[in-house]
Ligand binder design. Structure first.
Ligand SMILES: [Zn+2]
Length: 500
């Protein structure tokens, strides 16, 4: 039951967000310093002109005639488990702001869906529990999730509706936020009465298969979109899950929200869940290791070839300084390559040495022992940059302004033209969601032969338009695609892929 607002008084809907994808295999925790926090008017300014789901919430205010009440939104780049202190500080801020604004007509809450804190393995469900407790049972609460959410039943039960992105790379975040805003406003006015059902196919849907533009996910996403077109269906979401968060709900989920029809919600969620389960034998991954992938890239007839470094998937919470592919590029004397490493120390040394200086650097492999050896490379400092760049195209994550910090480009083994490659050393861990991460350093993709993007699916929106070919690489790291059940403690045992 929801409080009915007839529209003659202005309707106020609160907007809040707490987004983090937590890799429980990463060696370092995520503290308050890693979060970017925006409150009140600043929240509106930060998000309004982006493609983020919070931009969709804000646009929804105009579209569905409500007053947006911006509370707090916090986001951090995917990384290790969130500290108990950071979780309490951010959730506490949201709850205090909710209590300071009683009598709201609804709440729009953007959560990633795969956050793990030191105290709460399924941290987003705990956030929803606390928000529900603060606003009471009658205030409409609509939640959005990333496509990589691991969704437990307790979260679906406590929210009025859940809306998940339908694309990966995530380029529909704004539209999903707008849909959530519509559901919240219409629920508040008593025009719809959302009821939800969750289905969880008992399998690991490997990140390798998460691209929504190709099988096996493309037809399933098309079915979800088609269902959403039908009258009486408020939202249909297929979340692929996030295999690097070891939690009970780890794995894919289907959530169907109908207008007042619990039986239909259940049937449709189970139908789509069965469809995924029926494809399970096609969901086994076979892609080349770094050595074979580099050999394949060197032999390619058209350039550039982008190597997707699955094991060091920064957007999946990995270190960003893995050297497995670089090691192979050097060993096989490849030329025309570009590798970006998160290595503030090496970038700083280049800045001290200055443009044109010859340097000998220990680069990469410094975060932990999962990401390859630190390599000694010799080269010339080609350029130095402040590392900021802007992306105006629609790319994964919906962001616009980026800052990879002090960045140095080192020409390695380029004594003769046409030899060696370019090592980009940056100071802030930055997922390669935008091609401008390298173009802002004066690197033209079409003049290169081999680009390395540290990611799985997310970089595709940026790298497909500039690449002749992309090769997925089965590399080691915190986001390695092959991780056996023995490495998991909390995830449900017996998921398909583990027990075949
Ligand atoms: Zn995601």
């Amino acid at each position: 039951m929801s409080t009915v607002n007839q529209g003659n008084v202005s309707m106020r809907i609160a907007i809040a967000g707490f987004l983090h994808e937590s890799n429980t295999f990463a060696s370092q925790v995520t503290g308050m310093a890693q979060f970017r926090v925006h409150s009140g008017e600043k929240l509106l300014q930060h998000y309004a002109e982006t493609f983020h789901e919070i931009a969709g919430f804000i646009a929804g205010a105009g579209e569905y005639d409500f007053e947006p009440l911006p509370l707090v939104a916090a986001e951090a780049t995917p990384s290790g488990t969130v500290t108990a202190a950071a979780y309490e500080e951010i959730t506490g801020g949201i709850i205090r702001a909710l209590k300071a604004n009683p009598g709201m007509d609804g709440v729009l809450l953007a959560l990633h869906g795969a956050m793990v804190s030191e105290s709460y393995p399924e941290a987003d469900a705990e956030t929803v529990r606390r928000v529900r407790e603060a606003i009471g049972p009658d205030c409409p609460l609509v939640v959005t999730h990333d496509y990589h959410a691991n969704i437990p039943a307790s979260l679906v039960d406590r929210a009025d509706a859940l809306v998940v992105y339908q694309t990966n790379p995530h380029v529909d975040q704004r539209e999903r936020g707008l849909r959530a805003a519509g559901i919240a406003a219409r629920t508040s006015r008593g025009q719809v009465r959302p009821v939800s059902a969750l289905a969880k196919p008992e399998l690991v849907l490997n990140i390798y298969f998460h691209n929504t533009s190709r099988p096996p996910m493309a037809p399933l996403m098309a079915a979800a979109r088609a269902l959403e077109e039908q009258p009486g269906i408020l939202a249909c979401s297929v979340a692929a899950g996030y295999q690097y968060a070891d939690v009970p709900a780890m794995g894919p989920s289907i959530v169907v929200v109908t207008d007042g029809d619990p039986e239909r919600a259940r049937q449709e969620a189970e139908r789509l869940g069965r469809r995924m389960w029926d494809r399970r034998e096609q969901l086994i991954v076979r892609i080349p290791a770094p050595a074979a992938a580099v050999t394949q890239a060197r032999a390619a007839s058209s350039c550039p070839v982008t190597l997707l470094d699955f094991g060091d998937n920064i957007g999946g919470g990995s270190a960003g300084d893995s050297t497995f592919i670089l090691e192979q590029l050097l060993a096989q004397e490849a030329d025309g390559w570009v590798v970006t490493l998160w290595d503030p120390e090496a970038a700083g040394r280049c800045a001290e040495a200055g443009i044109g200086a010859s340097v000998r650097l220990d680069a990469g492999g410094k975060t932990d022992s999962m990401h390859g050896p630190t390599l000694t490379v010799a080269g010339t400092v080609r350029t130095l940059h402040d590392g900021s760049y802007e992306e105006t195209e629609r790319r994964h994550g919906g962001g616009r302004f980026f800052d990879q910090g002090l960045t140095a480009v080192v020409a390695v083994g380029r004594e003769e033209q046409g030899n060696g490659g370019l090592l980009v050393l940056n100071s802030n861990r930055s997922s390669p969601n935008s091609i401008h991460q390298i173009t802002c350093c004066g690197i033209q993709p079409h003049q290169q032969k081999i680009l390395v993007a540290k990611g799985a699916v997310a970089p595709r929106a940026a790298y497909e338009p500039v690449s002749a070919q992309l090769i997925e690489v089965d590399s080691g790291g915190a986001t390695a695609i092959h991780r056996g059940p023995q490495e998991y403690v909390r995830a449900r045992p017996g998921l398909y892929e583990w027990n075949r």
